[in-house]
Design a protein around this ligand. Structure first.
Ligand code: URA
Length: 284
């Protein structure tokens, strides 16, 4: 039987995470190390419930903890700080081959635990090696894991519509994720997983050299920019990532859950369109 209470709490936590609210349940807790419920994923439900947070009425006050591990604090490092920028751009005609070389280097990757967590296909990235615009999501879901391509499920359909509304075809942009393997149960990638995978996304960005990057959701923004802030505080202004202008907007999966925010996302995309001189397609 499904644990309805737990599922509901998880949905709320994911909703808040989409908004970039990561630590609302740990407010005031000075401890540098946090206990995790191994089964439920790091610092998730139990910690949320312990504080008597927004879900206190619906969940037991002392949920069972199967086993606890200690998670050391993780220092976030922006993609700009991770490695110096290459001195020269790769010529446009050589970029596809350069991307293929990165993919070959990744191979049948076993560098992080996601390799052993039920992954079927590594989702390297997709699109034009010379794209002016790059989208970065969080990590593959079930559809992406099955097909080996990013954003091909329901969220992908919405992303395709967003790209179309900007006057572009999907094949004209480049799409990748913070992690290339599906986190089990579509959970948020762990810092160790994201940090292990970052080196490859960083090199993809350096090869493609997009003029603009759109970070889709809080996870992409957190790792690309090396800051953990609410999505609201990151949206509506330009950031920098590997020489590209970076805008932050809502993840399409979040927009599917809360379509009222689509108008806000459209404002973010319009900011990008102005920067790239794009116009929406003429209405038929
Ligand atoms: N969500 C993501 O963040 N990336 C995908 O590729 C698909 C869904």
């Amino acid at each position: 039987m499904q644990d309805e209470g737990g599922t509901q709490v998880r949905a709320w936590v994911e909703y808040f995470r989409d908004l970039g609210v990561h630590d609302f349940y740990r407010r005031g807790e000075p401890a540098p190390r946090v206990a995790c419920d191994v089964d439920a994923g790091p610092a998730t439900m139990n910690a949320a419930v312990e504080s008597g947070g927004p879900f206190a009425d619906e969940t037991p006050s002392t949920p069972p903890v199967a086993e606890t591990i200690l998670v050391p604090p993780v220092k976030l490092i922006s993609f700009n700080e991770l490695a110096p920028m290459p001195s020269a751009a790769i010529p446009a005609a050589e970029r596809e081959a350069a991307l293929r070389a990165i993919e070959e280097e990744i191979g049948d990757c076993a560098r992080c635990p996601l390799a052993y967590a039920g992954r079927h296909k590594i989702v390297f990235g997709d699109g034009a090696a010379t794209a002016r615009l790059m989208f970065v999501g969080e990590g593959p879901g079930a559809d992406e894991d099955a097909q080996g391509l990013p954003f091909v499920g329901k969220a992908g359909q919405l992303l395709n519509n967003m790209i179309g509304a900007m006057g572009l075809a999907r094949a004209e942009v480049y799409i990748a994720n913070i992690v290339k393997c599906r986190p089990p149960g579509n959970r948020v990638p762990e810092p160790a997983e994201a940090n292990t995978c970052s080196q490859f996304l960083l090199r993809q960005i350096d090869v493609v050299r997009p003029e603009a990057i759109v970070a889709l959701g809080a996870t992409a923004a957190t790792y690309l920019l090396g800051v953990k802030q609410s999505l609201g505080s990151l949206r509506g202004r330009w950031h920098n990532c590997r020489g590209a202008k970076l805008a932050v907007t809502y993840h399409p999966a979040f927009l599917l859950r809360d379509p009222r925010q689509k108008a806000e996302a459209w404002k973010d995309l319009q900011m990008v369109m102005r920067e790239l001189g794009l116009a929406p397609p003429a209405r038929k």
